[in-house]
Design a protein around this ligand. Structure first.
Ligand code: ADQ
Length: 464
């Protein structure tokens, strides 16, 4: 059986409590099962890049990490990845910054990844590169003579062509995807946008899953990521979760809880969520003192200005809404800037009558699936979900809303509060079926089986 080599920007330890991104949570499990190596940046900086690799093994996951220079982190991570690609791919060209230094740093770091990772790779290994930080890595590995099967998965949306063309050198970047054998997206929508770009901007052709540009054909597929549903169900039943459940419920004094759990990121629609909730309070005075929104939002990417801004905006918005509606014994919004271990999080999800997941744009959104998996089947809560999350393609029995509309959000909260038990159970069962069927293992198997079936020594490697 071939070894799986996963390469992503960060390598983070499995089961570490607190603020882990969805990718980290997903990959730890996949790697443990496949005896692979996870290669990436350690998160540490060094004065001068040496290419030294730190090896470790933690709970069955072998990791290999490199340190980067401060300038690398500024230009590649904070710069091109998070100030250029992240906003652009989330349809926010107003926030995207285009700078030559960023692009230069991005290519330099991808090259550093290629140089340090390639000696670890054996001819039979299957390589799986993750996310927007490392789009050109496959091409750089091919340039070093690697003929392995190579796949790439994009965890964020693929933007419409009209937006993507605002990126300087966009076709150069996209053309590097053709070094891979299989390229995966979460949804048909992101896949369609990719195909559209390839046809319009690169003169490529599409035939089913096969996308061809020049003499290079790759498979481009939609393959939605899932969660470990069983593990999350068990987490929700754990003693830790029950203790958290009890603590949260006791603090609410019989008030229904609405919960939001997100990295503090402008793409998650937190400002719009607070405004939608404020609209509900304005429209429904009969619910004053009778509902609580707990928003859990650990800060992320604090070195990037747009993240400092969204944090300041939310601080003042939560303060303003609480100032306007609070009473001496009731605060409508509990706004918490910290992460919680998974078991505690599962207890919080279960304590909530409503899960409010309203990103403006999201590749998938795992919180929506975790909320569903953590519910008590006898008395499940209601998921209110943005139509613009990839998860909405699967969780069609959620109350789907437009997150830009405070009125729709307000109406959905009202409807969820009043929803009869049999309707809640029916909707939950349908969503849970999808969460259980298309779980994290299914996702990995669909992607890797495509990759394993690719014939060795792809043409691109030979012609270079
Ligand atoms: P993220 O943007 O990080 O992931 P998401 O899919 O919601 O978004 O995953 C977040 C993960 O972090 C969840 O597993 C959640 O439990 C955890 N988390 C969030 N807040 C937390 C808190 N306060 N305490 C503890 N844990 C917390 C990116 C893309 C998504 C895509 C994933 C996976 O942006 O669209 O679903 O990758 O592909």
């Amino acid at each position: 059986m071939s070894r799986l080599i996963v390469i992503s920007n960060r390598v983070s330890r499995p089961n570490k409590s607190g603020n882990q991104g969805g990718l980290a949570v997903a990959l730890a499990q996949a790697l443990r099962e496949s005896r692979g190596i996870w290669f990436g940046w350690s998160g540490e900086t060094t004065d001068a890049f040496t290419g030294h690799i730190g090896f470790a093994e933690d709970q069955g996951v072998k990791t290999a990490t490199i340190d980067l220079e401060e300038q690398d982190v500024d230009e590649y991570y904070n710069g091109y990845a998070n100030k250029t690609l992240w906003p652009l791919f989330h349809f926010r060209i107003d926030l995207a910054e285009y700078a030559r230094d960023f692009e230069g740093g991005y290519n330099r770091v991808n090259k550093r990844f290629a140089e340090t990772a390639s000696p670890l790779i054996e001819p039979d290994d299957v390589i799986w590169v993750h996310d927007y930080h490392l789009i050109p890595l496959g091409q750089m590995l091919r340039d070093r003579g690697l003929k392995n099967r190579m796949g790439f998965f994009l965890h964020i949306p693929w933007p419409p062509t009209r937006l993507l063309v605002s990126l300087p050198h966009h076709s150069k970047l996209v053309s590097t995807l053709f070094a891979y054998d299989v390229v995966g997206f979460h949804t048909e929508e992101w896949l369609e946008s990719f195909r559209h770009y390839v046809e319009r901007e690169m003169g490529g052709t599409v035939d089913g899953d096969y996308v061809t540009v020049g003499d290079r054909t790759i498979q481009a597929i939609a393959c939605p990521i899932g969660i470990n549903a069983q593990e999350f169900k068990d987490a929700a039943d754990s003693e830790t979760a029950q203790a958290m459940f009890g603590k949260v419920r006791a603090s609410l004094q019989d008030r229904p809880l609405v919960v939001g759990v997100d990295r503090l990121d402008y793409s998650k629609g937190l400002e719009e969520r607070f405004n939608g909730y404020a609209r509900f309070l304005k429209d429904h005075p009969e619910h004053h003192r009778k509902i609580v929104l707990t928003q859990i939002a650990p800060p992320s990417r604090g070195d990037v200005e747009s993240y400092q801004q969204i944090r300041a905006t939310l601080d003042s918005l939560a303060g303003r809404i609480n100032g306007e509606y609070s009473d001496v014994d009731w605060t409508p919004i509990r706004y918490v800037n910290q992460g919680y271990p998974r078991d505690e999080l599962a207890g919080i999800y279960r304590a909530a009558k409503i899960g409010l997941v309203t990103p403006l744009r999201d590749g998938m959104n795992l919180v929506a699936k975790e909320y569903v998996a953590a519910q008590d089947p006898k008395d499940p809560g209601v998921l209110i979900l943005s139509r613009f999350a990839g998860a909405a393609m699967q969780l069609k029995d959620a109350l789907l809303i437009n997150p830009y509309s405070p009125e729709e959000m307000s109406d959905a909260i009202l409807r969820a509060l009043a929803m009869p038990l049999d309707e809640r159970q029916r909707r939950w069962r349908a969503m849970m079926d999808s969460v259980e069927k298309q779980d994290i293992r299914w996702w990995r198997e669909v992607f890797t089986s495509r990759l394993m079936a690719v014939e060795r020594e792809p043409a691109a490697a030979e012609t270079e």
